[in-house]
Design a protein around this ligand. Structure first.
Ligand code: SAM
Length: 222
């Protein structure tokens, strides 16, 4: 009963606030056809990223972890025509799908996928900083490292969002420490809470209320 109500509410929310168009649906089909896992964000998360992009007047957005470009399309569409999305993807096969997704969604003029591990790509972005919005959605053990870079590449007022920061509670406590991925997420949450230049919250956003974003705003230096 509860699960049915949650499902209906979710469907109504998506229909009202975040309906998918042809390009987004095509990207999901392309994800399946390329044999990639369906681990993209959901439409409400896509819309939340757009609201956050508007809140920080985003002209430049950085994404870490592109998969097939689904979240990238939501992000690119939040930009003005002169804006820029750079999305980092370690897998050349995924990046090919991303490029096609951006083209069929009509955002290839402002969205660029860079192939390679984010560990190597991030230091090359210093010249293009600051980014107004950073979205982290790649390998979980590296999240604390990506947070350091996100802060370095941001400005006061930038927003840093990371996906999967609840993981059915595994990312919220010490007990995570025996699982590398969950431990990275727990450290990430702690870092966002302890860092003097961040104000952060984690929000459950999926249908069964077990996972969601950590959203952190970069504060001015004291
Ligand atoms: N943000 C995407 C969306 O919602 O549509 C989903 C991203 S998926 C959860 C994670 C992606 O991160 C995968 O495509 C994976 O290949 C990529 N990835 C994993 N490790 C990476 C690394 N070190 N550098 C860059 N990308 C990485």
């Amino acid at each position: 009963q509860q699960a049915r109500i949650r499902h209906e509410v979710e469907e109504n929310l998506v229909q009202l606030f975040a309906p998918e168009d042809e390009a987004l649906r095509t990207t999901i089909t392309a994800t399946k056809e390329a044999g990639l896992p369906a681990i993209h964000i959901n439409p409400l998360q896509g819309k939340l990223l757009q609201v956050l992009a508007a809140a920080c007047n985003a002209q430049k957005i950085l994404e870490i972890g592109s998969l097939a470009g689904y979240s990238g399309i939501w992000l690119a569409r939040a930009l003005p025509p002169t804006g820029r999305l750079i999305t980092l993807e370690v897998s050349p096969a995924h990046a090919e799908v991303v490029q096609r997704s951006f083209e069929q969604a009509g955002v290839a003029d402002r969205a660029e996928v860079r192939v390679g591990s984010a560990h190597e790509s991030l230091p090359q972005l210093v010249d293009q900083a600051p980014f107004d919005l950073v979205f982290i959605d790649a390998d979980k053990p590296s999240y604390p490292h990506y947070l350091d870079w996100a802060i370095r590449l941001s400005r006061p007022g930038s927003i840093i969002v990371a996906d999967n920061c609840i993981r059915a509670g595994q990312a919220l406590s010490e007990s995570a420490l025996d699982d590398q991925g969950a431990a990275g997420l727990y450290q990430y949450n702690l870092q966002t809470l302890k860092h003097p230049r961040l104000r952060a919250i984690a929000l459950a956003m999926d249908e069964d209320y077990t996972d969601g974003f950590n959203i952190a705003v970069v504060l001015p230096e004291a």
